[in-house]
Design a protein around this ligand. Sequence first.
Ligand SMILES: [Mg+2]
Length: 195
Amino acid sequence: VSPSLPRRTPALFLDRDGVVNEDLDFVHRVEDFRFIDGVFDLVRTARRVLGGPVVVVTNQSGIGRGLYTEAQFRLLTDWMLARFEAEGAPVDRVYHCPHHPEHGIGDYRRDHPWRKPNPGMLLQAADDLGIDLPASAMVGDRMSDIRAAAAAGVRTRILVSRRPPAEADGVCLAASSVREAADRLAAAVGGRSRP
Ligand SMILES: [Mg+2]
């Protein structure tokens, strides 16, 4: 590595529905947004052990399906970010992908490099924020989150699931809750020496 290159920093990538908030299907209103127990601790743990940004990466095909608008998503996101901030657990950036290959309407009906399990959102964040992908971590509740992270070269991958599927074997760590995911993250990267 050339010393003239700017130093890259590890990040935590977080899925939204099922990790940040209860997955009630196409949540798009503040009144339906319920934070999952332990998620603020998870972000605080990440900031301590990774020392870099926290980035939400979320498929939002509800936009492409016409169930809610970009403006509604933005309003909810601003509110969510303010809540994280108020909890002393700031989230730096949110990337979302509105497309869906079958259910999208008009231009939204296509696969997209940003749609997980594709790694596009993580790669864009790495470019934007100077993220060291191999040193980073991903917490998601579906294998598409884990596959996106693996495709981006993120080495620490944690699946929040009470019944991890067989395909998770050897691909990711499993945690039965978001709270447990914070412990897993601390154990996986906490001992790593930081520059
Ligand atoms: Mg999810």
